[in-house]
Design a protein around this ligand. Sequence first.
Ligand code: FMN
Length: 174
Amino acid sequence: MTFDIRGFRSALGCFPTGIAVMTAASPAADAAPGSSAGLGEASHIGITVNSFTSVSLDPPLVLWCIDRRSRRYPFFANAPGFTISILAAGHRAVSARLAGPGEHSLDGIALMATELGPPALADALAIFECTRESVQDAGDHAILLGRVQRFAQHDGAGAPLVYFQGKYGALAQS
Ligand SMILES: Cc1cc2nc3c(=O)[nH]c(=O)nc-3n(C[C@H](O)[C@H](O)[C@H](O)COP(=O)(O)O)c2cc1C
């Protein structure tokens, strides 16, 4: 039996989601002479995802999935932790940039320092600072389970960025 992967992908896109950016330390940049280990724009990388899911309240666990063919996969799979930023409607350009090949650095993106290290995006609706709990292979992706160590919600950040059927959108006002 053949499986219609394109149709499968399209059908999955009928599930509307928010969008998150995951950030982690970049080992290559950390090794570079003179690189800063703090809110250094060059020492961290980001990736746009819509596979973010809450898992458990106690203990506080969340997950997301990363394509194992992504050039960013080894960084995230081996990082001790990652920061999750839930994007607001105004983050559309940042989302598109961090979904593009080769645009992994956070250079020029407005950031916010975090306690664990990987910076959050400024004006995110919410942020979650996670340590890596586990990485499990799941077909062509891997499931990254994170334990939330700290979080913050920014009520003034406005409406979320939404993704539906391959397009960016916004919540309809009722
Ligand atoms: C809205 C949106 C959601 C995405 N969600 C995921 C995701 O959950 N997991 C993933 O691995 N890639 C996801 N991607 C693709 C990545 O952002 C990125 O483009 C892809 O991994 C290419 O990576 P590479 O340049 O590191 O090879 C998404 C892209 C978009 C635009």
